[in-house]
Design a protein around this ligand. Structure first.
Ligand code: 13P
Length: 250
């Protein structure tokens, strides 16, 4: 039995003031939720402000990325040990915006995955196809390739204790959600692909859906057998909307 996880990816949004209001709303709303884990991933400069509010609550915090390296001359980077120092439980790795805008290859993402996992933080490993790849009929091939890079770096048990987020690139920030059937079909494929290496781990891994998930479509998506929660962008920026999605995960 996999506990649903709903994580908000705030991306590069908010101010010190607006984030204080948002996280207070999330912590308050989470008090009435059971059977779902709620997490937020703020811009790293605000992580300390956020953990000051979530401390002692049920809300978990994650970072949006991590450097491949643990310390040293890497100007502008944040290491996983640093975010761990601020009680981050999760780290998003391989988000499509990191892959497409910052040129992170499957190999770099796999390296980050290894660094995060070795530090004891839970990677939320993002995969997904572009519109062109979907239309070209290679969605499964793309997801398998992205996953296999991690297997190559980490071996057959790579995904033990990790989270995967399937985020079709064409659904991110576009208002175009994958239908529950489309999403379920890829989630089932991902789980089968993991099972070829280790069936027990495949059964336990939480596979989140991300891409224009909102209060109106969350229940049906999370209701699919292989969808174990969501990674939420736009709808996580308003406490009320985010809590409605979290409720759908219960
Ligand atoms: P949206 O929910 O805004 O489509 O973003 C999804 C996402 O990229 C979460 O990581």
């Amino acid at each position: 039995m996999r506990t649903p996880l709903v994580a908000g990816n705030w991306k590069m949004n908010g101010s010190r003031e607006s984030i204080k209001e948002l996280i207070n709303g999330v912590v308050e709303g989470a008090k009435s939720l059971t059977g779902v884990v709620v997490a937020v991933c703020p811009p790293s400069i605000y992580i300390a402000d956020v953990t000051a509010v979530t401390s002692g609550s049920s809300v978990e915090v994650g970072s949006q990325d991590a450097c491949t390296e643990l310390k040293g001359a890497f100007t502008g980077e944040t290491s996983i040990e640093m975010v761990k120092d601020f009680s981050c439980k999760y780290a998003i790795i391989g988000h499509s915006e990191r892959r497409s805008i910052y040129g992170e290859t499957d190999e770099v993402v796999a390296e980050k995955f290894t660094t995060v996992k070795n530090s004891g933080v839970i990677p939320i490993f993002c995969i997904g196809e572009t519109l062109e790849e979907r239309e070209g009929g290679i969605t499964e091939e793309v997801c398998a390739r992205q996953i296999d890079a991690v297997f190559a770096a980490q071996g057959d048990d790579a995904f033990a204790g990790s989270v995967i987020a399937y985020e079709p690139v064409w659904a991110i920030g576009t208002g175009k959600t994958a239908s529950p059937e489309q999403a379920q079909s890829v989630h089932a494929f991902i789980r089968q692909h993991l099972a070829k290496r280790n069936a027990d781990i495949a059964e336990k891994v939480q596979i989140l859906y991300g891409g224009s998930m909102n209060p109106a479509n969350a229940k049906e998506l999370i209701g699919q057998p292989d969808i174990d929660g969501g990674l939420i962008g736009g709808a996580s920026l308003k406490a009320e909307d985010f809590m409605a999605v979290c409720q759908a995960g219960q």
